[in-house]
Unconditional design. Structure first.
Length: 312
């Protein structure tokens, strides 16, 4: 998968942590989608196998502080790649939730060894490449039970809130399509479908490839004003890439053109605006959704994380 692609990759780089002074305090988990296996795994080039499916969470935790982002930790994100980071400080309950989520995903992942090999976590004992059906059932059960436990824990939150001055609510969502868990896309779709006149939605994605459900919701059900932001071809991460990947920015431009033609066909061009981010020398990777109530200057709701609102 992506972390194992090529000779110089994340997997190779992280081996040094396992072999270093504090190797006993370090764990590295490698998630493998159950969808990529057998003949399909053999014929699809490494650079494109993530099209079959991947795990996309980006979480960074220290003590009770948490950063949720759509950004990876490669060099571009620290220099000239526009992205979005949300720092949530001193929130023990939220950090505990995400810590356990990462631990549970780790339990049905492969574990990187100091010698560079990867072994299936003994806590799972089901190989996603050999028995994907059982793997999906067990992994989904593990994640869903965590979410259910959190719901039960928070059932009395309204009573708790009566005695506390609260200005912000945070609702963690989980999106793992390979395990048939779709919290994020279900919430997003509901927001798009039910936006009344006077509302404003601002949606950003580095790769404009909206699902057909999102497109139909935006153009046929949503009654609010929508501003969409994506990368200009020159700020697309694949701009000037070698081989077939170099044509990806042009492909996204075609998708944008197709969307706007459909928008015009339905007479929605006065309600929908599509913008492209361009900044010389930079690439664009930020994503999110901002929801403004009528007559409000600031959003009342935002979705943060790593979804691109696309078909993958």
């Amino acid at each position: 998968m992506r972390g194992s692609r090529g000779k110089l990759n994340s997997r190779k780089m992280l081996e040094s942590l396992l072999n270093g002074k504090y190797g006993q305090s370090c764990q590295i988990f490698l998630y493998h989608t159950p969808k990529l296996r057998g003949f399909l795994k053999m014929i699809i080039p490494d650079r494109f196998n993530e099209l079959i499916g991947l795990q996309h969470m980006k979480l960074y935790m220290v003590d009770n502080d948490l950063i949720i982002s759509g950004a990876n930790l490669s060099n571009d994100y620290f220099t000239n790649r526009q992205d979005r980071y949300f720092l949530i400080e001193n929130c023990e309950e939220l950090c505990d939730f995400y810590d356990e989520l990462v631990q549970r995903v780790g339990k049905f992942s492969f574990v990187l060894q100091p010698d560079g090999t990867a072994l299936l976590n003994s806590a799972m004992q089901v190989n996603p490449l050999k028995d994907p059906t059982t793997f999906i059932k067990k992994a989904a059960k593990s994640v869903k039970s965590l979410f259910q436990k959190e719901l039960e824990k928070q059932c009395n939150i309204e009573k708790m809130a009566e005695n506390i001055d609260i200005d912000t609510w945070i609702f963690p969502l989980i999106q793992m399509g390979q395990l048939n868990i779709y919290h994020d896309s279900q919430i997003t779709l509901q927001l798009l479908r039910t936006s009344p006149p006077g509302t404003i939605l601002k949606l950003a994605t580095g790769y404009f490839n909206l699902t057909s459900e999102y497109i139909e919701a935006l153009l046929k059900h949503c009654q609010g004003t929508c501003h969409l932001l994506t990368a200009h071809p020159t700020t697309n991460g694949f701009f000037s890439a070698k081989g077939i990947a170099g044509g990806i920015p042009a492909a996204y431009t075609k998708i944008e053109e197709s969307f706007m033609k459909y928008c015009n066909k339905l007479g929605q061009q006065n309600r929908i605006t599509l913008l492209e981010f361009i900044k010389p020398g930079w690439t664009y990777h930020a994503k999110g959704l901002w929801y403004f109530l009528p007559h409000q200057e600031k959003p009342c709701l935002t979705l943060i994380g790593s979804p691109n609102f696309g078909k993958i």
